[in-house]
Design a protein around this ligand. Sequence first.
Ligand SMILES: Cc1cc2nc3c(=O)[nH]c(=O)nc-3n(C[C@H](O)[C@H](O)[C@H](O)COP(=O)(O)OP(=O)(O)OC[C@H]3O[C@@H](n4cnc5c(N)ncnc54)[C@H](O)[C@@H]3O)c2cc1C
Length: 253
Amino acid sequence: MKPSAIAWHRAESLDAAAAILQDDVSAMPLAGGQSLVVMLGLRVTAAERLVGIAHLPELVGASEEAGLLRIGAGVTHAAIEDGRIPDATDGLLAHVASGIAYRAVRNLGTIGGSLALSDPAADWPVALLALEATVVTNTRRIPISTFLQGAYATPLEPGELIRAVEIPRFAPGTRWGAAKIARKVGAFADSLCVAVHRPGVAPRIALGATARGAVLLPAGTAEAIAAADPDADAFRRRCHLASVTRTLKRMEA
Ligand SMILES: Cc1cc2nc3c(=O)[nH]c(=O)nc-3n(C[C@H](O)[C@H](O)[C@H](O)COP(=O)(O)OP(=O)(O)OC[C@H]3O[C@@H](n4cnc5c(N)ncnc54)[C@H](O)[C@@H]3O)c2cc1C
């Protein structure tokens, strides 16, 4: 199936993009297009106008200040995989990026697009939850645990665009683990887990591919895993148990 005819507008600035999206409810922002174009083709979503934002200088690049790494929403998975942004997380960001889909998708897909979509099995929401990130939009700052509201659900309002994500830099002694279970390389996860243990605070263990998307586990126990995805079938439960167990083993190694 082909998508219906759609008007195209390459935004001149983030403010201009936001103004168009605010005024026209049939318009949608387009970043890497790796999810949106597929969804339009399948007609699971509809738009009369696409507003291109991936090229905007406000969204590309990364910077570090005051112990925070700020990654522009338009930074691609490939740029993170290749280390084209500073590594403030001892390789965790590059590891997560390299496990997303395959290289052609990673070349175009963006961290902001992934967060905005909030596919329940996506990699970035889980990693950013474990990293205690902050989502910066054109109008406000939203802690990641508030931003992730469930499968495909976020608090983004019409005309609100993700500008960047901010991640607290790892202090010396910070440890991390990650494990993704998928039926084949490049596929979305059946389960994925990312854990970060910063010195002096309890580990943050995030589990993904649950019915609610990325969730924080209070502990890495079988009971906590079962409670995080209560309607999971036996296959999914075993995947969750394996991803959490592998993650914690890697973190503690
Ligand atoms: C074959 C295939 C396999 C994949 N496998 C994986 C996988 O294993 N793991 C994984 O995590 N992902 C996977 N993906 C998804 C991929 O990572 C996408 O790149 C990502 O989900 C969306 O990023 P994008 O930049 O392409 O966004 P787009 O497709 O352009 O947009 C996605 C949504 O976000 C909105 N949006 C985009 N940018 C912003 C912004 N800055 N502010 C507000 N809204 C915005 C758009 O309007 C749209 O609703 C896969 C995709 C494909 C095609």
